[in-house]
Design a protein around this ligand. Structure first.
Ligand code: GAR
Length: 195
């Protein structure tokens, strides 16, 4: 059974998909803790499923490295097999990435390397592309630049708002994330080999 710590910043819909999948005896992974860089709205999903949460706010520390060290300490308490960034909107300091990667994956609402960064959906709309996508990657020290585990295209429809498009991307993103976790748990994806 693959144990997961999931880090979020927002609503946690991808986290919820993992929590629901964890209820299935056949699914080979379990969320054991949920962390955030704030008092995230998505903690309510963890609480509903009886999963412990922790929050480490950047503003409480003198610098990013001190924050990263405190976050890493919390993550390590759980001794998880895999850490999933799921809408975690802060860049991790290099020493945190070095400590966790390649057992550190991230979801992104674009077909990387297209539209990296915090506004992947908005940037795709602004560029006027007819399709964008969703990706699951291994985290490295760049911005959404790590090795790609899986990705899928999502069409941009006429009249799409950022919200509409992001909602459709998230449906694909959830499937990709669940499949990636399943593949990692079953040994069909070897993160060390991909990294
Ligand atoms: C997801 O679409 C995730 O890919 C994105 O934030 C959303 C979080 O949704 N992450 C990034 O843009 C990171 N660059 P959720 O909180 O409902 O799971």
């Amino acid at each position: 059974m693959l144990s997961l710590v999931v880090l979020i910043s927002g609503g946690g819909s991808n986290l919820r998909a993992l929590l629901e999948a964890s209820q299935d005896a056949e699914f080979p992974a379990r969320v054991i803790a949920v962390g955030a860089d704030r008092d995230a709205e998505g903690f309510e999903h963890a609480e509903e499923f009886g999963i412990p949460t922790f929050s480490v706010a950047l503003s409480a520390f003198a610098d990013r490295d001190a924050w990263g060290d405190a976050l890493l300490e919390q993550v390590r308490l759980w001794n998880a097999d895999l850490v999933v960034l799921s809408g975690f909107m802060k860049l991790l300091p290099p020493r945190v990435v070095a400590a966790l990667s390649p057992q550190l994956i991230n979801t992104h609402p674009a077909y990387l390397p297209e539209f990296p960064g915090a506004h992947g959906v908005r940037d795709a709309l602004a560029a006027g592309v007819s399709e964008t996508g969703a990706s699951v990657i291994i985290v490295d020290n760049g911005v959404d630049s790590g090795p790609i585990i899986s990705q899928q295209r999502v069409p941009v429809l006429p009249g799409d708002t950022e919200h509409d498009l992001h909602d459709r991307i998230k449906i694909v993103e959830r499937e990709l994330l669940l499949q990636a976790v399943l593949d990692i748990a079953n040994g069909h994806v070897d993160l060390k080999e991909l990294a």
